[in-house]
Design a protein around this ligand. Structure first.
Ligand code: AHR
Length: 324
C-alpha cells in the first residue's frame, strides 16, 4: 500500500514538474507573444528635441496602430544610456522586434549583440550606427544625410552673392545627421570663397540654436550665412539675430534642414532662405519592413527616404499641404 502511494505521489510530482518546465520556459513565453498573431515592437526614440522628432514619433505611433502592431515606446531624452536601458528592457520583455533611432553613431555593439543572442531582430530607423558588424541589424531606413548637407552647400554656392563667412549650428555631437550634414556641406563648398568661420553644437534644439547664435554674434566679426543642421536651431538663430538688431534672411542668409511647418513658415516669410527636406514620416515603411523581417522575407540592407528642397517661393505653395 505504502509502495503504491509512493509511486503515485512520485508520478504526480513528475507530472507537476514537467508542466512547470514547459509553462515557465522561455519557449512558452516567446511563443505566447508570437502565436497570438500580434507583433510586439519595442521602439527606443531619441527624444522630443525638435519639430521633426515630434512628427516622427506621431508617425510611428499612428502607423503601428494602423498595422495592428503592439508598440512599446520609450523616449531617451537624447541620452545614449537611456536608449541602451530601453533596448535591454525590450530584450527582457521578449518583444518580437526592436527598432530605434540611435542618439549617437558609436557604442551599440554590446547591446545589439545581446538582442541578436536573444533572437530579436533590430531595425535602425532615421539614424545609422558606426559598427563593422552589419549582422547586428536587419536594415537601416532613413535619409541620406550627406546628400542633405550637399544640397545645402550647392544652393549656397549658387546663391552666395558676396557672402563668404558661414557659421554652422551643428546637431548633437556624434549623431549621424550632425556628422554627415557637416561632411556633405563642406564637400559642396570646397574650392569656393565660402568658409565656415565658426561651428558649434546646438543639440538640434531651438534653445541650443539661439544660445550658440547669440555667442557667435558677439564673437564673430562678420557673419554672412548661418547653416543650421535643422529647422529648430535655425529658428532659434532667427530669434538671436533679431535681438541683435539684424534682419534674418537679408543681413544674414539662413539655410536649414528638415522642412517642418515652423521652418517652412519662416522660409515663406523670407526669414530663412533655403530648406533641405528631411522626411520624418517613416512609420509606414518601418511597420512594413518589420512584418517582412518577422515573416522571414528578404529586406534590402538600406532603404533611403526620398526628399526634396525648398526656396521661399516653393514654400509658399507647399505650406498649405504641410502635415507636420
Ligand atoms: O535625425 C534626424 C534629425 O534629428 C532631424 O533633422 C532633427 O530635427 C532631429 O532632431
Amino acid at each position: 500500500m505504502l509502495k503504491k502511494i509512493t509511486t503515485a505521489a512520485v508520478a504526480v510530482m513528475l507530472a507537476a514538474l514537467t508542466a512547470c518546465g514547459s509553462g515557465g520556459s522561455g519557449d512558452a513565453g516567446s511563443s505566447g507573444a508570437k502565436d497570438d498573431g500580434k507583433i510586439t515592437m519595442g521602439f527606443a526614440q531619441v527624444g522630443a528635441e525638435s519639430g521633426w522628432r515630434t512628427a516622427n514619433t506621431k508617425s510611428i505611433q499612428e502607423e503601428a496602430a494602423a498595422a495592428g502592431i503592439d508598440l512599446k515606446f520609450s523616449d531617451a531624452q537624447q541620452k545614449q544610456e537611456n536608449q541602451i536601458k530601453a533596448i535591454r528592457s525590450y530584450i527582457q520583455q521578449k518583444v518580437d522586434i526592436i527598432a530605434f533611432s540611435p542618439v549617437v553613431e558609436t557604442g551599440w555593439d554590446t547591446v545589439l549583440l545581446e538582442a541578436k543572442r536573444a533572437n530579436i531582430p533590430v531595425i535602425l530607423t532615421d539614424r545609422a550606427i558606426d559598427s563593422d558588424d552589419t549582422t547586428l541589424y536587419k536594415t537601416f531606413l532613413g535619409s541620406d544625410f550627406v546628400l542633405e548637407g550637399k544640397k545645402a552647400g550647392e544652393w549656397l554656392k549658387e546663391n552666395a552673392g558676396t557672402a563668404k563667412n558661414v557659421v554652422e549650428l551643428q546637431g548633437t555631437t556624434g549623431a549621424a545627421p550632425a556628422i554627415d550634414r557637416k561632411k556633405g556641406f563642406e564637400e559642396a563648398i570646397a574650392g569656393t570663397d565660402l568658409k565656415i568661420v565658426a561651428t558649434q553644437t546646438g543639440d538640434f534644439t531651438r534653445s541650443g540654436g539661439k544660445q550658440v547664435m547669440e555667442a557667435f554674434l558677439k564673437s564673430v566679426p562678420q557673419i554672412d550665412v548661418v547653416y543650421a543642421h535643422n529647422d529648430d536651431m535655425g529658428l532659434g538663430a532667427i530669434e538671436a539675430i533679431k535681438a541683435a538688431g539684424k534682419v534674418p534672411g537679408k543681413d544674414i542668409k539662413i539655410i536649414t534642414v528638415d522642412a517642418v511647418k515652423d521652418g517652412m513658415t519662416a522660409l515663406a516669410a523670407g526669414e530663412i532662405n533655403y530648406i533641405v527636406e528631411c522626411n520624418p514620416l517613416l512609420g509606414k515603411q518601418l511597420m512594413d519592413l518589420s512584418k517582412k523581417v518577422l515573416a522571414g522575407e528578404e529586406v534590402p540592407p538600406r532603404v533611403v527616404t526620398e526628399e526634396s528642397a525648398f526656396t521661399s517661393e516653393q514654400a509658399k505653395t507647399e505650406l498649405p499641404n504641410r502635415k507636420y
